[in-house]
Unconditional design. Structure first.
Length: 267
């Protein structure tokens, strides 16, 4: 009942895992040097690692697309503001709930611990959009897996909290966005590109952590959830520029690798 199955234990004997740790450490030292603050350097280095981890969820088939994404996220060295790491961690958990990449059966504790984290984020940030995103994730689970009472109950609770927080407490507001700002243009362009990218990525044969085939419908559902989450957070939440760089680096890195991989494959 209290088993948590959404964690993934990285194998630090693996060459790629060693490489990302080394890369994160180097960036952390550079961040310390450039900002003059050791803690800021650690945050920037951790941002590189989390970019890699998010990319591995979005594109579990290809190891090296995550390194391209991580390399792009090094842009955070040149403009450090702050990171919302708990939100990144929350997005990863939601994707794992939907795609089932751990290969383990979803437990009651999985569903409601992430719901608890979602409620915490919505209350601490005074923003109900987190609850709506969680509700979307539960809908994807229902559509791609066997319906379960725990998922139905959790979706109902999240929807109830969303309604209360949005229309009674007033925790939902639309951001004023400069649509001609370069960052807005880049965000809209990459998010639009991602939906087309997923049509191709989801056709790959994906295996879970136990070596079993993962349904393509689960993979594309988690990929769609990722882009929809970034889209909704962009419009309804104040995303730090450093987090936005992480989210967009993931999409751009996976896209670059996919295009390059297909070109090499045709030769």
């Amino acid at each position: 009942m209290f088993t948590f199955t959404l964690g993934r234990n990285p194998d630090f004997k693996d060459r790629t895992n060693k490489l990302i740790l080394l890369m994160s450490l180097i960036v952390a030292v550079l961040g310390w040097f450039l900002t003059g603050n050791m803690l800021s350097g650690v945050y920037i280095g951790a941002g590189v690692f989390l970019t890699w981890a998010l990319s591995r969820e979005l594109d579990p088939k290809h190891n090296y697309s995550a390194f391209i994404a991580s390399a792009i996220s090094i842009l955070n060295l040149f403009y450090y503001q702050n990171f919302q790491f708990l939100t990144v961690f929350w997005i990863m958990l939601l994707m794992r709930i939907v795609n089932g990449i751990t290969g383990k059966e979803l437990t009651l504790f999985d569903v409601f611990s992430v719901l608890g984290l979602t409620i915490y984020l919505s209350l601490s940030n005074q923003n109900s959009i987190y609850l709506f995103i969680y509700f979307l994730a539960m809908i994807f689970v229902i559509k791609t897996s066997e319906q379960s009472n725990k998922v139905l109950v959790a979706s109902g609770i999240s929807l109830g909290f969303f309604v209360v927080e949005s229309f009674i407490i007033g925790y939902l507001s639309f951001n004023r966005i400069d649509y001609l700002h370069p960052m807005s243009i880049v965000t809209f362009s990459l998010l639009s590109l991602s939906f087309l990218l997923f049509l191709f990525l989801s056709k790959d044969k994906i295996e879970d952590d136990k070596g079993n085939r993962v349904k393509n419908s689960k993979i594309i559902a988690s990929q769609l959830l990722y882009s929809l989450t970034i889209f909704l957070l962009f419009f309804f939440e104040k995303i730090s520029i450093n987090n936005l760089i992480i989210y967009l680096s993931v999409i751009l890195g996976v896209s670059i690798y996919f295009v390059a991989f297909k070109v090499v494959e045709r030769r």
